[in-house]
Design a protein around this ligand. Structure first.
Ligand SMILES: *Cc1c(COP(=O)(O)O)cnc(C)c1O
Length: 243
């Protein structure tokens, strides 16, 4: 990027940030919630290190990637930005067991624990590294074939075993809603919250974190209890029309 492009993009990021924070505040108010309970992640998978550094300058503090290789690239590139040494990256995408070592110990939270097999593998690698990894269980609430994650009944059956794994701490649940259908999205988000309430009551664990909502549906997600929204296009792309 040229200097002119950088400053133009930074202006965009700052203005868009104000608009996003306003919408988050409005959604919290409608739901009787406080904005302190909602974390906004900038999903940086489609942008480069320069754009992430500018987003930091605009005020964003937490980001997310969906591929281990790209996570590594971003973390290496950001070493040239010492001001960002405290940056948080989360892993939100499909994780293969042979890539676990690229992720554990480097991310704030792994959102995409989609099977008991993966949970066991992450636990085992974490124990080997002497750490405990914070994770979310990804649940396919909407039941779409294309989506990964535990089926709701599966997670009910697997929960006790997962809570007993020594290398992970289960913080809550994550889901993806059907695209282009606001009613289906709302049902998915409320379904996630109800499932969490049931699992929490049964296990005695708070499972407080609900990662739900992306550019097209984050306002509905917050109304339905989401505590982490994952924003890609609306945060980074001037072409995206924020409503
Ligand atoms: C890409 C991605 C997002 C962000 O999507 P936008 O619609 O661009 O906000 C959120 N969550 C996951 C898991 C993603 O892969």
């Amino acid at each position: 990027m040229t200097e002119g492009e950088r400053s133009g993009y930074l202006d965009f990021l700052r203005e868009r940030r104000e608009q996003i924070l306003q919408r988050v505040a409005d959604a919290c108010r409608r739901a009787g919630r406080t904005t302190d309970d909602v974390t906004i992640l900038g999903v940086s998978k489609t942008v480069g290190v320069d754009e992430v550094a500018l987003a930091w300058q605009a005020g964003w503090r937490a980001f997310a990637e969906n591929r281990p290789q790209e996570l590594t690239r971003k973390l290496e590139g950001l070493r040239e930005h010492p001001e960002m040494s405290g940056v948080r990256f989360d892993m939100i995408g499909n994780l293969q067991t042979n890539k676990i070592n690229q992720v554990i110990g480097r991310v704030g939270l792994i959102h995409s624990i989609s099977s008991a097999h993966l949970a066991e593998a992450v636990s085992k690698r974490s124990v080997a590294h002497g750490i405990v990894s914070d994770v979310l269980l990804e649940v396919n609430v909407s039941g779409e074939e294309s989506k990964s994650g535990f089926a709701p009944t599966e997670v009910e059956q697997a929960l006790d075993g997962l809570l007993g794994l020594p290398g992970i701490r289960v913080r809550g649940l994550m889901t993806m809603a059907p695209a282009h259908d606001a009613d289906a999205a709302r049902r998915t988000f409320s379904g996630l919250r109800e499932l969490r309430d049931e699992l929490s009551a049964r296990s005695g664990r708070s499972l407080a974190t609900l990662s739900a909502g992306m550019s097209d549906d984050f306002q509905v997600a917050i109304e339905e209890g989401s505590t982490i929204v994952r924003l890609g296009r609306t945060l980074f792309s001037p072409d995206y029309d924020l409503r």
